[in-house]
Design a protein around this ligand. Structure first.
Ligand code: ADP
Ligand code: MG
Length: 204
């Protein structure tokens, strides 16, 4: 069945927004998780990996030792890369792992000398490709990355405890964050808002 829609004249002004309405915003979503161990951070990464699709972009922010590479090891495990030997790429800036469910492009921009070096790396080609791109230190490429992504900010709380804040920008990543949260809660493995483990943490 076809539906006829009255074409709107191009010069018709938009109706005024109702008083007090929030301005139209890109969809966004935040989810907060606490990890109590290295292994748990990897497991959270592995759970996220199960939901990833070709072309997904994950940005990992946080100080040295916050757990960005550990989280990436978990993603690799969850994709079935079959190696725990995931170390931060240093000279090449990008490491590729092709033997999992999806290709994994692990990028560390810490040593990026200037933001436009991102072009020489062909980073956008990786991101637009068929794999999952995980970037440590994405701040170094500010303004040059796509505007849809899942950002995870890791903060050390103690020697063994890390806060992970998931911030989704764009509808694909809001959906991903929602799926991740539903699945994580269903398995009783992670708590939101730092609440810990509502049913205990069986695998800690
Ligand atoms: N809950 C935790 N999650 C992640 N790493 C942890 C945790 N507790 C302790 N660690 C330690 O913190 C360090 C994290 O290192 P790494 O993942 O390389 O950080 P980054 O890539 O952010 O510099 C490792 O030595 C790891 O053993
Ligand atoms: Mg690292």
């Amino acid at each position: 069945m076809s539906v006829y829609r009255t074409p709107s004249p191009p010069d018709r002004p938009h109706p005024p927004a109702p008083a007090g309405a929030a301005p139209a915003a890109r969809p966004a979503r935040d989810v907060d998780i606490i990890s109590h161990s290295l292994e748990q951070t990897r497991r959270i990464g592995a759970r996220l990996a199960a939901l990833l699709q070709p072309g997904d972009l994950i940005l990992l922010e946080g100080a040295f030792g916050a757990g960005k590479t550990s989280f990436t090891q978990g993603i690799a495990r969850g994709l079935g890369v079959g190696s725990d030997y995931i170390t931060s790429p240093t000279f090449t800036l990008i490491n590729e792992y092709e033997n999992g469910r999806l290709p994994l492009y692990h990028v560390d921009l810490y040593r990026l000398e200037a933001p436009d070096q991102v072009r020489d790396l062909g980073l956008l080609d990786y991101i637009e490709g068929d794999g999952v791109t995980v970037i440590e230190w994405p701040e170094r490429a500010k303004g040059l990355l796509p505007d849809g992504f899942l950002q995870i900010i890791l903060t050390d709380l103690t020697d063994t405890k890390r806060a992970l804040r998931f911030h989704a920008e764009g509808s694909r990543y809001v959906e991903l964050a929602e799926q991740f949260k539903d699945q994580a809660f269903a398995q009783g493995a992670v708590g939101e808002g730092g609440a810990g483990y509502p049913h205990g943490d069986p695998a800690r």
